[in-house]
Design a binder for this molecule. Structure first.
Ligand code: ADP
Ligand code: ZN
Ligand code: ZN
Length: 727
């Protein structure tokens, strides 16, 4: 009897063998229901074989192989195997988590047809003797005549034909005269033409188009507003003509209805599906199936879309490739950008990484020739120029409750011109600290190593890491003094200050608190576009992807903290973020101005920013990284451990370190507490390993992982994070 090897969503790095009398080689990739312990589970058949390494009398039989949707294609299974291997994560979990929820269920999928269905004559119907239908049955007779004439009728048409038609058609189906079959949209592609390309866009498109049939990683380095999207759209047009699919990955926050609308407007007859975590279960499975069947030609999605089955894949685009949301921070800790590159190589198709501020990893790959660099150096819209950027030295300039005089003056001018302005600070709430002035006590979260943020309107203290909330104390719990006060500035406080300074201005705060309501953000965007807002105050939600044509002033507060962070990536991230925020100003024909409030106006990062000079800063950061031995000059992996007691976590890591074989090529560091040493009540520590050779590191990790799973854990939860982004 055939034996199937099944991937199941359980945290063990093995496949499970079952008997399956009806399994054939065609069932590889199909879902299967199997008994597991005392319950039934759904898994995916990874192999069909004649033998098992488990003794046969121990094997159970699979209960059911699903044929409701086509099996996963081999290429996708290979991609998932690669991820399981590379990230050292159990294959079963990798495979099952790549499926939409509906397909993980133990029930077969009941499809509310995503494609339109049509009733068509069968051969039997065309030659059937219909004289048995009485003449007075007008509906049935007219339906038959209609089917004879046009060959088919859709359910909708039938309903309009007569309210009794669906029932009559059902009868014909039972008689075997008629069959319901899907209609595929006509294969012609209508493309609305875009703007006339500028020479740099033209060059980029020509270069990629010339090698569209093979793998290349292209780094499209284009300043904000340089028309990268237009380059994508033109290349997608090319792919559509070949009937091939394009996967477009965008950061979490960028997948806005605006972007979707741009794509839909350009390709009105093309089936485009969006795949992201906010979809409901049936939307997700429908989009996924349309991708799998090759019907959806454009797949626009966030990181999880990188695992969509795409039989006709022709191009992958990763927009804002530097964005942190491409890396998943729990479970399978994958980088969708890196998986996209592997996938493109596997499918032998090009991948385009687009950014105004590429990650140093990608930039380094481009300058050393592993990726190919294309540049867009000017803004695409006629007359739009990059904004001028100035620093306001807050050691000199008077600062009244967070806003310096020059910034207030600039806001005033902007209001007088009826233009919009934006105040950016990456800190929601009223103030980041609640401080006792007599004993210096500050409110901290008892579950995390973090301060509680003051939310004045709600009279609450909140932890932004674990969600813990508590009431505002009336006195200091340490010394009893009542002189406790918010310290520092968050968006709510800046909003309050602005309201005081500009009582007649329409001020809108945009952060995770204010956009929480369903459609809140969409409504706010509409207000901005329709000019019902004068001053925007907000966090990074505002930084990306949006084109606010009437915005001419950007003020940046509180960015200094990241200049001296212990995280070696902080400067890179700050620069990318500030470039993006600054890029919101002056997108159309009004000039933009950016004011940065800082105590360190001479910091090289601000120098580079003022000159819009990514390259100089990137070179400088690369030199620093090289000297310090940080990525991209080394490859890293982090063994993370958490436990109720820090000693347990550290002991585990010490034991793990003791099992490594020291080598010159792979460095193993000492276990240390994580930067956020306590989170949600658990103590966290980690152990870093690194190597200048990715291959050596992979070999090391593979051998080490086998030993790690044998270690006793005692209340410790551990994971291996390959290419970690956070420490
Ligand atoms: P990026 O993604 O590089 O920040 P976008 O693709 O959003 O830039 O383009 C910015 C604006 O420029 C958009 O409004 C877009 O329609 C416009 N645009 C792009 N290419 C051209 C062009 N060749 N001529 C005129 N406008 C263009
Ligand atoms: Zn006190
Ligand atoms: Zn907390």
């Amino acid at each position: 009897m055939p034996i199937i090897r099944v991937a199941l969503d359980v945290p063990v790095a093995t496949l499970f063998d079952y008997f399956a009398s009806d399994a054939t080689a065609q069932d590889v990739g199909a879902r299967v229901q199997v008994p597991f312990g005392r319950k039934l589970m759904t898994g995916v058949i990874m192999e069909v074989s004649a033998s098992s390494s488990v003794s046969l009398d121990k094997l159970k039989s699979a209960t059911h192989i699903f044929h409701d949707v086509p099996p996963l294609p081999t290429a996708l299974l290979d991609l998932l195997k690669f991820c399981s291997n590379y990230y050292h994560h159990p294959l079963g979990e990798v495979v099952m988590n790549a499926l939409p929820g509906r397909l993980r269920s133990i029930k077969p999928l009941v499809q509310k047809s995503t494609t339109t269905l049509q009733f068509r004559f069968t051969d039997a119907g065309r030659t059937a003797d219909t004289s048995s239908i009485p003449a007075r049955n007008i509906v049935q007779n007219r339906l038959l005549a209609r089917l004879r004439d046009s060959g088919a009728i859709s359910r909708e048409e039938a309903k309009q034909f007569s309210p009794h038609a669906p029932k009559a058609l059902q009868k014909f189906v039972t008689l075997g005269w008629v069959k319901e079959v899907p209609v595929y949209p006509a294969s012609f592609t209508k493309t609305v033409s875009g703007p006339t390309l500028n020479i740099e866009q033209e060059n980029a498109i020509t270069a990629i188009a010339a090698e569209i049939g093979e793998f290349n990683a292209w780094l499209l380095h284009g300043i904000t507003g340089s028309g990268k999207t237009e380059v994508y759209l033109q290349l997608i047009t090319l792919l559509l003509l070949q009937g091939r699919q394009t996967l477009v990955l965008v950061p979490e926050i960028n997948l806005t209805p605006q972007l979707e609308a741009v794509f839909r407007a350009r390709f009105p007859t093309t089936l485009l599906v969006c795949l992201h975590s906010k979809l409901n279960a049936s939307e997700r499975v429908n989009g996924w199936l349309q991708a799998q069947q090759g019907e959806a030609k454009i797949i626009l999605g966030t990181r999880l879309a990188v695992f969509a089955p795409l039989p006709r894949l022709g191009l992958i685009i990763v927009d804002e490739e530097q964005d942190g949301s491409f890396k998943q921070q729990d479970g399978l800790r994958y980088s969708a950008r890196d998986v996209a590159i592997f996938r493109a190589k596997q499918a032998n198709v090009p991948v385009i990484l687009g950014s105004a501020t590429p990650s140093l990893e990608s930039y380094y790959n481009a300058i050393n020739g592993r990726y190919r660099m294309l540049r867009l150096t000017s803004r695409a819209v006629k007359n739009a120029v990059l904004p001028t950027i100035h620093c306001v030295d807050t050691r000199i300039a008077k600062n009244s409750d967070g806003l310096s005089k020059p910034l207030v003056m600039a806001l005033k001018k902007c209001l007088a011109r009826n233009q919009q302005s934006l105040i950016f600070l990456n800190r929601r709430g009223y103030a980041p600290v609640l401080l006792c002035k007599s004993c210096s006590w500050t409110a901290t979260c008892h579950r995390c190593t973090s301060r509680l943020v003051v939310h004045l309107r709600e009279k609450q203290l909140r932890c932004h890491h674990c969600g813990h909330q508590e009431h505002f104390p009336s006195a200091c719990p340490m010394c009893g003094d009542q002189d406790i006060a918010p310290f520092g500035h968050g968006t709510q406080r800046v909003e309050a200050t602005l309201t005081e300074c500009f009582p007649n201005a329409r001020i809108l705060r945009i952060d995770r608190d204010s956009t929480r309501l369903k459609d809140g953000w969409q409504r706010m965007l509409k207000d901005i576009y329709e000019r019902r807002v004068d001053i925007l105050v907000g966090t990074q939600i505002l930084a990306k992807g949006h084109d606010f044509p009437n915005l001419s002033l950007v003020g940046i507060l509180n960015s200094d903290a990241s200049l001296f962070s212990t995280d070696f990536r902080a400067a890179e991230r700050l620069f990318a973020q500030l470039m993006q925020v600054a890029g919101r100003a002056g997108r159309s024909d009004i000039a933009g101005e950016v004011l940065i409030q800082t105590e360190f106006p001479n910091h090289p990062l601000y120098h580079a920013l003022r000159r819009h000079d990514y390259d100089t800063l990137a070179q400088m950061l690369l030199t620093e990284r090289k000297m310090a031995g940080f990525p991209p000059f080394v490859y890293q992996a982090l063994l993370r451990a958490e436990a109720p007691q820090i000693s347990d976590a550290l002991d585990f890591l010490a034991n793990a370190a003791a099992m490594t074989e020291s080598s010159r090529e792979v460095e193993v560091f000492d276990p240390v507490p994580a930067q956020m040493a306590r989170l949600k009540g658990l103590e966290r520590a980690h152990l870093l390993v690194q190597s200048s050779s990715r291959k050596r590191l992979r070999e090391f990790l593979a051998a080490w992982h086998i030993k790690l799973v044998t270690l006793p854990v005692r209340k410790v939860r551990w994971t291996l994070d390959v290419d970690p982004q956070e420490f």
